[in-house]
Design a protein around this ligand. Sequence first.
Ligand code: HEC
Ligand code: HEC
Ligand code: HEC
Length: 127
Amino acid sequence: MYDSGKIIIGLLLFFGLIASPIWYNLASGKGSYKPDIKIVTTEKQCVAPTPYMRTSHMDLVYSWRDLVVRENHRSYNSFTGRQYDMSLTGTCLNCHSNKTEFCDKCHSFVGEAPFCWDCHVVPKEGN
Ligand code: HEC
Ligand code: HEC
Ligand code: HEC
């Protein structure tokens, strides 16, 4: 193993290159960039725990739609025991009244444009 020094340098270069997108993100601070969303409601809690809402609100709104449209069931019993009307406009946008600075900001960051608002009313926005 008289060439082990060269092999080690080679390996270090190899792994350095493989991981370079990680180094780049760390150095540029890009890896931790998040859309700067504003939550304007005076309420403390969402209809489900925040980590769940962050990753799975789409599943929740789709299940609300199915329950309302297919089963005519309109009341949602939240994890805190509070009852909510399962409504996109009347409930989600009642608390998150700043759709542009909240829903839209996050969606344009990930390149999503939910078509829901073709039919569902967006209330006039306040701050
Ligand atoms: C009762 C008021 C209220 C209602 C109704 C409500 N939210 Fe929220 N929502 C909040 C609050 C307050 C937070 C922030 C909670 C926190 O900081 O932990 C939040 C957080 C969120 C987040 C996570 C944001 C982040 O920080 O990443 C998403 C996504 C979200 N809500 C979507 C929705 C959707 C979709 C609906 C309808 C199904 C909805 N919310 C209904 C009050 C509400
Ligand atoms: C913290 C960021 C964030 C916030 C805030 C947020 N969303 Fe989303 N939303 C996402 C992401 C990311 C996706 C795409 C998920 C995927 O493609 O799997 C998404 C997808 C959706 C979808 C599904 C779209 C489709 O084409 O299937 C709906 C509906 C939706 N969001 C509604 C809302 C509503 C209503 C609000 C505001 C009350 C909101 N979201 C706020 C991040 C967010
Ligand atoms: C082509 C028109 C149309 C589009 C697009 C549409 N919806 Fe709906 N949605 C309706 C109608 C009609 C109802 C029934 C209203 C009722 O019975 O109160 C409804 C009901 C709902 C409900 C329950 C009642 C309420 O007031 O919110 C939810 C939740 C819902 N839709 C979610 C969504 C989501 C999420 C999207 C986008 C991914 C979406 N809808 C796109 C027409 C539409």
